[in-house]
Design a protein. Structure first.
Lengths: 237, 189, 617
């Protein structure tokens, strides 16, 4: 492994051969917004929220290998605007009603909207799809109205749990996360799966029954800090 | 807004729950300060039903689910210099707009009313009628955010927005110093 | 009765599906072949069938469902024994498809999207099937019917209902025809101008013999010197691609021919596959020699299934003549063979990475780059993917020499180009002409002097107006995969744009957010313009949203899908400006209260006390 350096928004960052821009940024305490990427899971590059400019070209930071001497732009007004558009697209694609969602306050989609200053989600039309709720499993429910097709549950189930409870089906705007069977009770999903844990689903789609709304407003994950602050705090140390 | 006179404010609740109006009261003791700067014209808070004169700021809670909402919203747009959508319902339809997502048949409104008054599993409606008093405004085919009906100048997010964010926005607009929201004040719940 | 969608498989169906899986060795990478065969035999991919296929191939059911639900030609509801797929391209619509659809619907007593109650015939729309020069067209199972009329539609239905097979519609001795005759009886070539490289006299002569006298490095050198660039539209230098693959460290390399010609308005590969199949295979063989590949795949779009027998005959013929297989032309160690991979109705599979995914038995989703396919492609092996026309050109370069090819065309675009001309012109068809030709010259040749707009490059290309007809085809100016779609002054530009956007919405794979969602928003916005419900600021909104989609999408589909909108905003701005409704007193004229309360008015059986002006009368 050989180290080299490149810059993100003018700050010099070191990377190892084969590291992605995002991995190197994380290690350096620079947060690049992301939704479909999750530490420990295969990089997918589908939400595009981690879009950066590398050498002038738009690339997804979670999949693009860092290169020596590369000039990467991350938090410019233009890129922030692109990211806000993408997050708004996700809000408008599904049925996201924060006031009634038990993930509110712990939701990465919502927290990303806060970070990107999304105050008026009214530019795009609302698609208002008719999506099912799967409460067949005794311990787990799926409210697919809130799914943003990030596929973290798919990879977590395959790569960490060794199961394959979830998978993508359909194409285009009909592409969605589905379960390996007629419904969730028909699969080998268990409440102890990593894929079901609160770390994996960034929104309120995968619901662990019986423990909703446990944390009062004010004490939830993103009540006190912007998303990404944990990575950014590394820089200050 | 001239300094000689107090600014005039009007408010209305359309398809909302009045929670945002309650939130206005969450400004708490700063209300006294605010009232030194403004007169409240048409509003449920004053019970004034019609605009007595042109207002500087109109505050709208709730989206449009029926014809009366549209009528009131247009009236506000005509009579207010600046129009604010207050809270998630006004901004994006909110909970009432949940009906939009479940209505995908050929006769969505009929399906919705049937479900609400006749066929729903938990309905105890012994008359088996859908309310249809002539005084009831006609429902719209779907619930619309305010910005689809009129041009909106500012949106204050939240369900309901905190007293702080309402106060700071109003104070900022009245003093001409409003420069957007602080990140940690943005909340959708 | 149990609903069809939950019906369990019959024992004969279980045996049938098992045999289908066995035929490809239960190989999960052959999933698309398995599912296509099951669709053919059972007329749908039932839930139980997916479980059975999953068990046989060692995959999970959801993985099989992921593939089955991706491709348009695979169905998760039962289809009729005969499926009629009506081409829904804009050219077909302008050529009278709506009347043809009505005739089919009337004769069958069903609507598009439905199956007759006896389960005999299904009627569906499908995206452009590559017959724009003889529209309106349709597929009836594996048979293509062109130049349809309402009367012909009624005849077809009557014949099918009388028990005729789809191929009987072409000829009553179909089985006795040669594969080439079968193809040309179904589809006309419409070669209007044959050029020096691909379609002219003697241009079926290919350069394998010459290639065998050269080292692989020399072959690549020839291709590089010829200036040949990919003919699918992107124009990547072919020689460079071959060299990257040749230099990549691996003990297996793959040659793939992209015959997934899906760009609306493009049909040149159809003609090459029909008239120059040997040239194509020879080009692939030369590429194999150059990069050191032993395996090849010819990916044929599902819509061109009528050419399958012709291609298979060509492959078999070349195997018999020692031009394919072990020890080609007696050269020890020069082994190369090709398998035919059928597509199943997915435009995105024309994208290099998606094509490879599809060959691997996966949903046709583009792959993350880097790595690039020439380094790590099919099953992680160095893979050369080239278009049909590119391989044919490569074979001709080896036959005639690099300089000969280089001398044709322009500074950045050498050789000739096959143009697929369709739409409002007297002579639709294929024109092989040197690069550097002006749009106007081509329009004159095609009898399209009254053209008002031309979509150069099809849906993902550029829509130009009269004042730009002096622009020239080539990578220097107007680059194109070959589609030249002509519209006269009577055509509604916004209708064309709306169609193109609906096409991209239908064909987006859905992997990345901007392409999956953004294109739906663009389509809806154009719909508002067409209805006269757009706000003035919606023009900027279209540009802004297009910019986001282009900048953040993962593959070429998303980076080009806003082109119809951006190029018409630029070249036909009045079309948009005429349709916007400015707000009055800042009240949106685009919100139509009358239509919003109309259903409530009917349900409540009363008029509005607010918005019905005659209420008091």
């Amino acid at each position: 492994m050989t180290g080299f350096s490149f810059t993100i928004d003018g700050v010099a960052v070191t990377a190892e051969d084969g590291e992605t821009i995002m991995e190197a940024a994380d290690a350096a305490g620079i947060y690049i917004p992301r939704l479909c990427d999750h530490e420990g899971l295969r990089h997918q590059g589908s939400c595009r929220v981690c879009t950066v400019k590398a050498g002038g070209r738009s690339v997804s930071a979670c999949t693009q290998p860092a290169q020596a001497g590369q000039v990467v732009e991350n938090e410019t007004p233009h890129i922030t605007k692109l990211r806000r558009d993408l997050v708004e697209m996700l809000f408008h694609e599904g049925n996201h009603l924060c006031p009634i969602c038990e993930a509110s306050g712990n939701c990465e989609l919502q927290a990303m909207a806060y970070r990107l200053d999304m105050t008026a989600p009214t530019k795009f039309p609302y698609l208002e799809p008719c999506r099912p709720l799967d409460a067949s499993h005794p311990d787990i429910a799926l409210d697919t109205n809130r799914c943003i097709t990030c596929g973290r549950c798919i990879r977590a189930s395959q790569e960490i749990d060794g199961k394959g409870v979830f998978g993508y089906v359909g194409r285009g705007i009909h592409r969605r996360v589905a379960v390996n069977g007629a419904d969730l009770a028909d699969t080998d999903a268990a409440i102890t799966d990593f894929a079901i844990s609160k770390d994996v689903c960034p929104v309120g789609c995968i619901i662990r029954k019986g423990i909703g709304f446990a944390t009062p407003i004010g004490e939830r994950e993103f009540d006190s800090g912007l998303i990404g602050h944990k990575i950014e705090e590394k820089k200050r140390d | 807004m001239t300094e000689q006179r107090k600014a005039r404010i009007a408010t209305a609740s359309l398809a909302g729950c009045f929670g945002c109006h309650m939130a206005i009261l969450d400004i708490d003791e700063r209300l006294i300060e605010l009232m030194k700067l403004v007169d409240v014209d048409r509003s449920p808070l004053t019970d004034i039903k019609r605009f007595t004169r042109r207002c500087d700021i109109g505050i709208i809670e709730g989206g449009c689910c029926n014809e009366e909402n549209v009528h009131v919203l247009r009236d506000f747009r005509r009579n207010c210099d600046v129009l604010i959508a207050l809270g998630q319902c006004a901004i994006m339809g909110g909970l009432p707009a949940m009906r939009n997502a479940i209505m995908h048949s050929d006769a969505p409104l009929r399906e919705c009313l049937d479900e609400a008054y006749i066929t729903g599993r938990y309905i105890r409606n012994t008359t088996h009628n859908i309310p249809n008093d002539p005084a009831l405004p006609l429902l719209l085919d779907e619930v619309y955010p305010c910005s689809e009906v009129v041009e909106i100048d500012y949106n204050i997010p939240g369900c309901a927005p905190s007293g702080d964010v309402i106060y700071e926005t109003l104070a900022g607009l009245l003093s001409g110093k409003f420069r957007g929201f602080e990140r940690d004040k943005i909340r959708f719940d | 009765m149990e609903p069809a969608t939950t019906r369990h498989l019959r024992p004969d169906e279980i045996a049938q599906i098992g045999a289908i899986c066995d035929a490809v060795g239960n190989d999960p990478h052959r999933m698309l072949d398995i599912l296509l065969s099951v669709q053919d035999e059972c007329r749908w991919i039932a839930p139980d069938a997916m479980q059975l296929i999953a068990d046989r191939t060692g995959l999970s059911r959801i993985a099989v469902e992921g593939v089955a639900s991706f491709y348009a030609f695979l169905s998760q509801t039962p289809k009729g024994r005969v499926t009629i797929r009506l081409c829904d391209d804009i050219i077909d619509r302008f050529a009278g498809m709506p009347q043809v659809v009505a005739a089919f619907e009337t004769a069958l007593g069903i609507k598009v999207g439905e199956t007759t109650p006896d389960g005999a015939i299904s009627l569906d729309y499908t995206a452009c099937i590559g017959m724009c020069d003889q529209a309106p067209a349709a597929m009836v199972n594996d048979v293509v019917l062109t130049k349809l009329t309402p009367d012909r539609g009624a005849e077809i239905v009557a014949a099918l209902q009388a028990g005729q097979r789809p191929e009987d519609l072409i000829s009553d001795h179909f089985a006795n025809l040669t594969p080439h005759d079968r193809a040309t009886r179904q589809v006309e070539n419409n070669i209007r101008h044959a050029g020096a490289v691909l379609l002219g006299p003697g241009s079926d002569r290919a350069g394998l013999e010459n290639a065998l006298t050269m080292t692989p490095d020399q072959i690549i050198g020839q291709i590089e010197a010829s200036g040949l660039r990919g003919c699918g539209g992107a124009g990547f230098p072919t020689g460079r691609k071959w060299r990257i693959a040749a230099n990549a460290e691996a003990d297996r390399r793959i040659i793939i021919c992209n015959a997934d010609e899906g760009e609306p308005g493009t049909f040149k590969d159809r003609v090459l596959l029909t008239e120059r199949p040997h040239l194509l295979i020879e080009g692939m063989t030369i590429a194999a020699r150059a990069v050191g590949a032993r395996e090849g795949i010819l990916y044929l779009r599902g819509e061109y299934v009528y050419l399958r027998a012709l291609i298979e005959e060509t492959l078999e013929d070349r195997r018999n003549r020692g031009l394919l297989g072990q020890g080609i032309q007696g050269q020890d160690g020069f082994d190369f063979d090709i398998r035919l991979q059928m597509g199943a109705g997915a435009y995105i599979c024309g994208e290099e990475g998606a094509l490879i995914s599809s060959c691997e038995g996966l949903p046709g989703e583009p792959k993350t780059r880097p790595p690039f396919p020439a380094v790590q492609g099919y099953l992680g092996l160095p893979t050369v993917v080239n278009n049909v026309e590119t391989f044919c050109n490569a074979a001709r370069v080896l036959d005639q020499g690099a300089q000969w090819f280089f001398d044709m065309g322009t500074e950045q675009s050498h050789g000739t180009k096959l143009f697929s001309v369709s739409g409002d012109c007297l002579n639709p068809g294929i024109y092989e002409l040197p690069y550097g030709l002006s749009v106007r010259d081509l329009l004159v040749m095609a009898g399209a002097e009254d053209a008002a707009a031309v979509a150069v490059g099809g849906a993902s290309g550029t829509m130009i107006a009269r004042d730009q007809f002096d622009r020239r085809f080539g990578f220097d100016d107007l680059s194109t995969g070959g589609a030249v779609v002509v519209f006269n002054g009577q055509r509604n530009i916004l209708e064309i744009v709306e169609y193109y956007m609906s096409f991209f919405v239908h064909e987006s794979c859905g992997y990345c957010t901007p392409c999956r969602v953004g294109n739906v928003f663009l389509q809806k916005a154009i719909g508002k313009f067409r209805q006269g419900l757009a706000n003035p600021e919606d023009i900027d909104y279209l540009k802004d949203l297009s910019g986001t989609i282009i900048e953040t999408s993962r593959c070429g589909l998303g980076t080009t899908s806003p082109n119809p909108i951006l190029s018409t905003l630029e070249n036909f701005p009045l079309v948009y400006a005429a349709m916007v409704k400015p707000s009055q007193d800042r009240i949106r004229a685009s919100f139509d209260i009358q239509s919003a309360i109309d259903s409530a008015r009917h349900l409540a059986k009363r008029r509005s006390t607010i918005f019905d002006e005659d209420f008091s009368k």
